[in-house]
Ligand binder design. Structure first.
Ligand code: BV8
Ligand code: ZN
Length: 246
């Protein structure tokens, strides 16, 4: 895999790094992506942004839980891959490194990354619809019709669905990191979901070098300074080894 030497110089010179990841970084772990035709893109004929929506939580929470339990079942046999571990290693090389993910699989934390900003929540947690108490639910399925042990109200996935606000403060911290970084890496995202996809343009307008790691072109490709058309499970360990040589 050929990585432009100009990019490698930028990487070596970078002091403040911000990384945004999407479903593509977990593809090599066996987790289906959403828009790459992965089987998780449709549920009983409902497109992804319909079953994973605020409206469905209001109208048919049981169906939402069936969909999330199905995905939790897939995740049970999946583990972080070399790309997740490489990012945790790369983070050690920079005093100012922020990892922002759209993913809900928790694989960055499992691979050793610290202070991960999970913009869309985490599938391994449930939340009470009333008092918002959180519950770790890894490995326990099914979750429906579980109720909150504090107030008796229903539980829902602690995940941001379409039409819902992002977790309090999460996006603001991500914007701050995008504004201050000098290198912004976008890994494994089709960059179609907002506000997460807007972070690259924020970084660029603040003067950062923007690099995309994705085997395919995306909606962001034109605002990127460099593109590494490679799987993240190959590209990120390469970057980690280049940095270790420094
Ligand atoms: C919001 C959790 C303010 C759920 C997700 C109408 C009403 C309300 C809002 C909207 C609206 N119309 C539009 C919006 C905004 C909406 C939005 O952006 N919609 C899009 C579809 C147009 N956004 C929202 O609703 C957000 N909230 O706006 O709040 C608000 C509130 C109320 C009213 C108005 C406004 C909330 C968005 C969060 C939704 N939740 N996930 C769940 O998982 O069930 S988003 C979902 O998409 C996932 O989190 C995923 O991460 C994210 C983005 O997808 P990607 O990660 O990019 O994955 P994808 O499959 O698309 O692409 C994979 C990429 O990887 C590809 O490029 C592929 O080439 C690459 N790849 C494949 N293999 C590899 C690889 N790359 C590297 N290596 C490999 N091996
Ligand atoms: Zn409660």
């Amino acid at each position: 895999m050929e990585i432009e030497s100009k990019f490698l110089d930028q990487l070596a010179r970078a002091r403040r790094v911000c990384v945004l990841t999407g479903a593509g970084i977990s593809a090599e772990s066996g987790v289906p992506t959403f828009r790459g035709g992965g089987q998780s893109a449709v549920w009983k004929g409902m497109p992804f942004d319909e079953i994973s929506s605020a409206r469905m939580v209001r109208e048919n929470l049981g169906e939402v839980w069936e969909w999330f339990d199905y995905r939790l079942g897939i995740l049970k046999d999946c583990r972080p891959n070399a790309g997740h571990f490489a990012l945790a290693e790369i983070a050690q090389r920079f005093s100012d490194f922020t990892l922002v993910t759209q993913n809900i699989d928790g694989f960055h934390c499992e691979a050793g990354s610290r202070d991960v900003i999970e913009l869309h929540g985490n599938i391994q947690r449930a939340r009470c619809v009333d008092c918002e108490k959180r519950f770790e639910i890894a490995g326990i399925v099914p979750h429906w019709p579980e109720e909150c042990d504090e107030c008796g109200a229903k539980l829902r996935p602690d995940v941001v669905l379409f039409g819902e606000m992002l977790p309090e403060g999460a996006f603001e911290i991500a914007v701050e990191a995008a504004r201050r970084c000098d290198l912004f890496l976008v890994v494994g995202t089709s960059a179609l979901v907002y506000p997460a996809a807007g972070l690259a343009a924020i970084a660029r307008s603040a003067g950062a070098v923007v690099v995309e790691i994705n085997p395919e072109e995306t909606a962001l490709s034109d605002v990127c300074d460099f593109a590494i058309r490679e799987k993240s499970g190959v590209a990120l360990p390469m970057l980690a080894s280049v940095l270790n040589v420094e």
